[in-house]
Write a protein that binds this ligand. Structure first.
Ligand code: ATP
Ligand code: MG
Length: 250
C-alpha cells in the first residue's frame, strides 16, 4: 500500500498564537477514480464522458483528465480524448491531455520516438494539482492496464501514486472474460481498490456477448459487473451509466 498522503492543510497559528480549530480538521483527500481498460478502444473515453455528465447531473462536481494521449498533434483536435473529457465536464482546465505525443503507440514508445522524456513525478504533481476535496477527479488511462506510461511506470503505478480507485472498462466481445479476469487479478495482487467492471459495447455484438456478463458476474465476484449497450445518443448514454456513477458518489 502507498504511504498515506499527509493532509494538504497544515495547522496554522493565529496572530494570538492559538491554533484555529478549523485548521486542525484534516482535509479529506480528493477522490480520484482511474478509468482503465483491459485494452485500447474498449470505451474508456465514452464511459468517462458519460460518467462525468451523470455525476454532474447528480450534483457532484467533476474534473476529467487524460494524463497522456498518443497519436495527437497540434493544433488539438475536437475528437481527442483530453478535449472530449474537458468538453463533457465544462471544466476551465485542463482543456486537453497533459502530455500529448505524436506517434500512435504506447506512451513510453511514443515518448522515445518523439524524443520527449516523460517526467512521471511531475505528471503526478500536475494531476494532483487539479484535484480538490469537493471534486471527483476522473483520470482516463492510455491503452490497457499494463500499457507502459514510462519504461518504469504503468497504470498500476498511476493508481498507487494517485491513491486512486479503479473502474475497469472491458469490451463485451469474445476474449473479454480472460482479459477482464487477468486485469482483476493483477489489481487485486496490487491491493488497488476496484469499484467494478463496466462491460461496454463499443461495436457490434458477437456470439459471446449473450454470455460474457453472466460469466463475469460469476467469476469476478465480489467485484460488480455492469453492462452498457451500444448507444449513439448522449442523453441515453448518461442515463445508462447512472448505476456506475452511483459507485463513485460519496
Ligand atoms: N457504448 C458505446 N456505444 C456507442 N459507441 C461506443 C460505445 N463505447 C465506445 N464507443 C465508440 O467506440 C470507439 C472507441 O471508444 P473509446 O474512444 O471510448 O475507447 P477508449 O478505450 O477510450 O480508446 P483509447 O484507448 O484510444 O483511449 C469510439 O468511437 C466510441 O465512440
Ligand atoms: Mg480514450
Amino acid at each position: 500500500m502507498p504511504p498515506s498522503r499527509p493532509s494538504a492543510k497544515k495547522a496554522t497559528r493565529t496572530s494570538q498564537g492559538s491554533k484555529r480549530v478549523s485548521d486542525e480538521i484534516p482535509t479529506p483527500p480528493p477522490r480520484v477514480t482511474l478509468i482503465v481498460g483491459t485494452d485500447t478502444g474498449v470505451g474508456k473515453t465514452w464511459v468517462t464522458t458519460a460518467l462525468a455528465r451523470a455525476l454532474m447531473a447528480a450534483g457532484q462536481p467533476v474534473v476529467a483528465v487524460k494524463p497522456i494521449e498518443t497519436g495527437v498533434s497540434d493544433p488539438a483536435n475536437p475528437g481527442e480524448d483530453g478535449v472530449r473529457l474537458a468538453e463533457a465536464t465544462g471544466q476551465s482546465g485542463p482543456m486537453r491531455a497533459l502530455i500529448r505525443l505524436t506517434h500512435h503507440v504506447a506512451p513510453a514508445i511514443a515518448a522515445d520516438l518523439g524524443n520527449h522524456a516523460i517526467d512521471y513525478e511531475d505528471l503526478i504533481a500536475r494531476i494532483r494539482a487539479i484535484a480538490t476535496p469537493d471534486t471527483e477527479l476522473l483520470v482516463e488511462g492510455t491503452g490497457g492496464l499494463l500499457s507502459p506510461l514510462t519504461w518504469s511506470d504503468n497504470h498500476l503505478d498511476l493508481a498507487h501514486s494517485l491513491e486512486a480507485r479503479v473502474l475497469l472498462v472491458a469490451a463485451d466481445r469474445l476474449g473479454t472474460i480472460s482479459h477482464t479476469l487477468m486485469a482483476l487479478r493483477v489489481l487485486a495482487a496490487e491491493k488497488i481498490p476496484v469499484l467494478g467492471v463496466v462491460l461496454n459495447q463499443p461495436g457490434p455484438r458477437d456470439e459471446s456477448s449473450r454470455f460474457n456478463a453472466s460469466a463475469l458476474t460469476r467469476l469476478a465476484d465480489p467485484v460488480p459487473v455492469v453492462t452498457l449497450p451500444n448507444l449513439n445518443d448522449e442523453a441515453q448514454a448518461t442515463e445508462a451509466v447512472k448505476e456506475v456513477a452511483g459507485w463513485l458518489l460519496p
